[in-house]
Write a protein that binds this ligand. Sequence first.
Ligand code: GLC
Length: 656
Amino acid sequence: MATSEAALQVLSGAVPRLFHSNLRFNKSKPVFSFKSKVTNRSKRGSEYMQMLNGSRMLQKWRGVYALQCLNGVSYGKNAIRHLESMSCKCQLADSVGGITGEDENGTWLKGKPNNSTPILINGTANAPNGQDLEVAQQLKHKNEGCVSDATFASAETINDTFHRVSIDSIEDEAWNLLRESIVYYCGNPIGTIAANDPSSSTTLNYDQVFIRDFIPSGIAFLLKGEYDIVRNFILHTLQLQSWEKTMDCHSPGQGLMPASFKVRTVPLDGDDSATEDVLDPDFGEAAIGRVAPVDSGLWWIILLRAYGKCSGDLSVQERVDVQTGIKMILKLCLADGFDMFPTLLVTDGSCMIDRRMGIHGHPLEIQALFYSALLCAREMLAPEDGSADLIRALNNRLVALSFHIREYYWIDMRKLNEIYRYKTEEYSYDAVNKFNIYPDQIPPWLVGWMPSEGGYLIGNLQPAHMDFRFFSLGNLWSVVSSLATMDQSHAILDLIEAKWAELVAEMPFKICYPSLEGQEWRIITGSDPKNTPWSYHNGGSWPTLLWQLTVACIKMNRPEIAEQAVKVAERRISGDKWPEYYDTKRGRFIGKQARLFQTWSIAGYLVAKLLLAKPNLARILVNEEDSELVNAFSCMISANPRRKRSRKGKKQSYIV
Ligand code: GLC
C-alpha cells in the first residue's frame, strides 16, 4: 500500500510530467505504401480489393489472410527457392535508399575507465550529442599469452595473420548464410527464415520468419547500414497485428503480434500462369502447445526504436499506423487484471522458451523485455491528448516494475542468507517475507553455487515460490534495459565470470542453469523428450545469446567478457554448421534435435562481432537509467516499511 501510494504521489505531484517525448508527429504524411492489395480470397474478384496504403484495415479469409501483389507475381528465396523468379509490381512507394545512418561516433559519454563505471549512452535519435571518447580503441584484444621475447614476434605475427584470416572467413561465411536466409515478399526482403538446414527431414515451422529470431538478423542488417529489410519487416508484421485471430472460437487480445509468419506463393485464381505471395501468420494457434508469444510485440517495439536510432529515419515510428500499433501492444500489456504484482502474468512457453519449462507466472525474460519495451515506447510515442492516460499508466508501471524486480527478484549471498532465516506466515502490511517463502525451498545446488561476489535476478516469483534458476536472457536484458541497478548489473557480470565453466564452458551461452532432472523434469516439463537435462531449453547452450551478452557487456564497459565468449564460439560454430543449440553440461555436443544453419545463431554471432568492433553502436539497443525514474524509485524505497527496518552493514550488495 505504502509503496504504491508513494509512487503515485511522486508520479502525480513532485514530478508533474515525468517523461517527455520530443518526436515530431506528422499525421498527414504517409511515407510508406505498397502497391499491394488485400483480398478476401473466398470472394476474390467480386469483392473490393483494398489498397494497402499505410492502412490497418484488412479483410478476412477463413483464418488465413493474404496480402497480394498487384499482378500476383512474385518470388522468394530459400524457403521458396524452387519457385521461379518472376517480375512483381509490388513496390515501395518511397525509397529508404537515401537514408543516412546516424554518425556512429557522437553519442557516447564515458565515465571512469574502470569496471565500476558503465558507459553512459547519451542522446536520442533526434539529437545525437556527447563526446566521442573512442571507446573502440579501448576494446582491443588483450594479449592472451605472455610471450614478450622478440624471437617469437614474427611467429606470432604469422599466427595472428592466420587467425585473422580464419576469423574473417567465418564472418564472411556468416554473412553469406544470413543473406541466403532472407525471405522475400513481393520481391522485397521482409525477414529471415529460422533455419536453412538442408539435412533436416522435418521442417516443422523452421521455414518461417519468427519475430524473436529476426531481431538479431535485423540488428545485423541495421549495423551494416541495410535498412530496407528491417523497415519492411516492421511494417508488414504491423499489418499482421490487426489480423483477426481465433483459436477454438476464442480471440486473444488485439495487439498480439504473431510468433512467426510464412510467405506462401500460391497460384493466382483464374490465371494459371501467375502466382501471388500471401503472408500467413501464426499467433500460437498452430504452434506446438498453442502458446501466444508474449515477447513478439515487445521485441517489435525494441527493434522499431533501434531502426530509428540506427538509420536516423524517424518517419516510420511517426506514422499513424505505427503509433497505433505501439499503443495496441501497450494496451494489451497494461490492461487491468486481477494481478497484485506489476510484473506481466503469462503462461508457460510464451517467450524464447516456448515449451513447458515451469516458467509460467512472472518469468524474468518477459519482465525484462516488457520494461525495455515500455522505455522504448515512451521515447517514440507522440505526445497527444489521446495518449495521456496511456503514458501515465506506462510511467506508473515502469516505477512499480523496476522496484518489484530489483527488490524481490535479486539474489546474492547476503539475500540468500536473509531468505534462509526468513520467518514465515507473517500477516501484516509490513511483512519482511512478503511472499511467504519457506526457507526450505532454497535448492541445495544454490548454496554451493552462489559466488561470494556477484548475484543475479531469479527466474520467477509467485506466492510461496521463488524459481531460483538462473535464466540468461532475462538477466542479460535486465542489464541492457537498466531494469537491474548499476550495481546489480555489475554483479550479474561478476557471476557470469565466476561461473564461466558452467554458463559458457565450451559453447556460449547456457539458456538457464541448472537443468531440471528426474522427478522434477517429469513433473515440470511433462516428461518432454526434447527438454531432457542439459538439452534444448533445459540447460542447453544457445549461440544466439552471444549478442545479448555482448550488448550487456558493452553497456557495462566490460566488453572483454563478450570477447572471450566470442572466441570460445569461434572455435566450433562454423565447423559445426551453426547449430541452433548444444547439449550436455559443458555444451560439448551439437544438440540432439538442433537444426543446423540456424539463422539466429549466425546473426547472433555477427551482431556480437559488429558491436565489439564498434561498441558505441550498442546504444541503439540500450536503455539508460532514467534519472526521474530513479528519483521516483528512491521515494518508494523510503516509503517502504521493509526498508525502514533496513539491513545494516557497510557492504550493501546494491544501491537503489
Ligand atoms: C524454438 C525456440 C524458439 C525459436 C524457434 C525458432 O521453438 O524455442 O525460441 O523462436 O525455435 O527458431
